[in-house]
Design a protein around this ligand. Structure first.
Ligand code: NI
Length: 521
């Protein structure tokens, strides 16, 4: 199974990551050099990761994220962030060529208090890998950006000044040569100091190097960095800071990854690790920052202590579709003789779909239904033999749906969550008698009527929007034949293919509720 090979790969990568980056080989051995605590997943043998990767003739996109449990906030957050990035990449695809986007994570720290991840984004159209870190606070159960490692915005400025001092004092970098934000912060501090000397009552004059945007960012505001939203806004203001890709050093301070070109003599490799000593780091870190540092320095807790129990093996298909371009493809009236071919097509795009099956057919194709569920698709209830529920008594509706639920559960091990009434036909009796949310659709491909592959694909491609539920019938070969074009077209537009459960998941669905789509407005 794919999972095994992924875990093996992870272990090899972890073993390499465990070799601490030492300064011995770096440039001038008299210069200070941090030992960064890197990828420590080897100590977490039960950490599952999942890879979603799609290769087409116009692009290759892939991301890998840790599955910390089906609905763990960090898995959800990281995966959603990666899926958003993928959509942006696909929406900007050039006409020609076949660019690639790869996204991966490394574990930086793990304890019951905090889990830190480093996100690495490699875009074949860009020069460098973009990296940043994300932190899960076990106390508040929130996912926070790197800025939350600092006490407040003043501390954030101070950390940049500390870095400027190290570069000037230990690496002999002139103030005017300090790179990027470090240079801006240092120049601003100098200007302020001069202004204080010359006219103590006056406002500090903005420095020549600061653009309008930076002038807004300086002097520091008073955002609450324990609040994900505020900390996120501050992270955006400081997006190009080297501290965005912060690591802790084995000494208990910070190890700041910098471009060796900006720090002469500091390294010959691809990155220079500049230390901020523990005493200085402690002045600026927040409570979360301390916890993150301790988790990194002490190695990490056992998977049990992290509460990554049985759920950690879950497929983790959950995406936050309130934030994403999601679409739910649904297939009714099967299983049938074309369903397996359809499952193969969906697998090529890592697409998850929903199958509203008839209970009476489940026993005819048990392996197909079992495979459908095993591959992460949703199997929903479409009644026993396609009777119009609106013409039945409450008791009749209940019996029909229960019998179908049991047939599905007998094969998949899981009772269906959602149901779709045949013909979309329902009334108050149906709504109160069903124990399921009722799922209709907003895009009807009319496939049962046209039996025209081109027309079916045309409907799906032209009418789908973020949050759409698209109706097909997999008992028709003409419908199944349309799916490769539908998948490629929607993928090319940056859509993510999710189950109905995932489309509505975070907004919630109640039994008896009728939904046609997951659009938010
Ligand atoms: Ni039907």
């Amino acid at each position: 199974m794919a999972d095994t090979s992924l875990r093996r790969k992870l272990t090899v990568g972890s073993a390499l990551g465990l070799i601490l980056v030492t300064g011995c080989q770096a440039g001038d051995s008299t210069l200070p050099y941090a030992e960064a605590i890197g990828f420590i997943s080897a100590d977490l043998p039960d950490l599952h990761t999942r890879t979603v990767s799609v290769e087409t003739d116009h692009s290759t996109v892939g991301y890998r994220y840790p599955v910390l449990g089906e609905t763990h906030p960090l898995s959800l957050h990281v995966r959603t962030a990666m899926a958003e990035r993928q959509t942006a990449f696909l929406e900007e695809l050039p006409e020609g060529g076949s660019p690639e986007l790869h996204q991966d994570t490394e574990l930086l720290a793990a304890s019951p208090d905090v889990i830190g991840l480093r996100l690495n984004v490699t875009d074949s159209g860009a020069e460098d890998t973009e990296s940043s870190t994300l932190w899960y606070d076990g106390g508040s159960e929130q996912v926070l950006p790197w800025t939350s490692l600092f006490r407040d915005e003043q501390a954030l400025v101070q950390a940049h000044l500390d870095l400027a001092d190290v570069l000037r004092d230990d690496y002999d970098v002139a103030t005017e040569d300090l790179p990027g934000r470090i240079g801006e912060v240092a120049a601003h501090a100098e200007t302020e100091a001069e202004a204080d000397e010359e006219e103590p009552q006056g406002e500090p004059t903005p420095t020549a190097v600061a653009s309008d945007e930076e002038r807004e960012a300086l002097p520091p505001g008073d955002s609450d960095l324990t609040d994900p939203e505020q900390a996120g806004e501050v992270a955006e203001l400081w997006a190009d800071s080297p501290l965005a890709d912060l690591a802790f050093s084995t000494a208990g301070g910070l190890a700041v990854r910098m471009d060796p070109a900006d720090v002469p003599g500091a390294g010959r490799g691809e990155e220079a690790l500049v230390p901020i000593e523990p005493e200085q780091a402690e002045e600026t870190l927040s409570e979360l920052g301390y916890q993150a540092r301790d988790a990194a320095v002490q190695g990490n807790a056992s998977p049990d202590a992290l509460d990554l129990g049985a759920e950690a093996t879950a497929e983790g298909t959950t995406l936050d579709c309130a934030e994403l371009k999601c679409v739910a493809l649904t297939f009714d009236d099967g299983p049938g003789e074309h369903t397996e071919a359809l499952l193969d097509m969906l697998a090529d795009y890592e697409a998850k779909a929903t199958f509203y099956v008839l209970g009476s057919l489940v026993g005819e194709f048990p392996e197909v239904v079992e495979r459908t569920a095993a591959e992460g698709h949703e199997v929903g209830n479409h009644t026993w033999k396609h009777d119009d529920l609106a013409g039945m008594s409450a008791e009749g509706v209940r019996e029909d749906l229960a019998r179908t639920d049991e047939a599905i559960e007998a094969v998949t091990g899981e009772a269906p969550v959602t149901m779709r009434p045949p013909y979309g036909s329902l009334n108050a009796t149906v709504r109160s008698a069903t124990g399921h949310p009722l799922i209709l659709w907003d895009v009807d491909t009319m496939d049962w009527q046209s039996r025209d592959t081109k027309a079916v694909a045309g409907h799906a491609l032209s009418e789908s929007q973020a949050g759409s539920v698209v109706l097909f019938h997999d008992i028709h070969k003409s419908s199944v034949d349309a799916i490769p074009e539908v998948l490629d077209g929607l993928h090319r537009q940056g859509y993510h293919f999710v189950t109905v459960k995932d489309l509505f998941g975070l907004q919630g669905m109640e039994p008896g509720e009728v939904h046609t789509d997951g659009r938010l407005n």
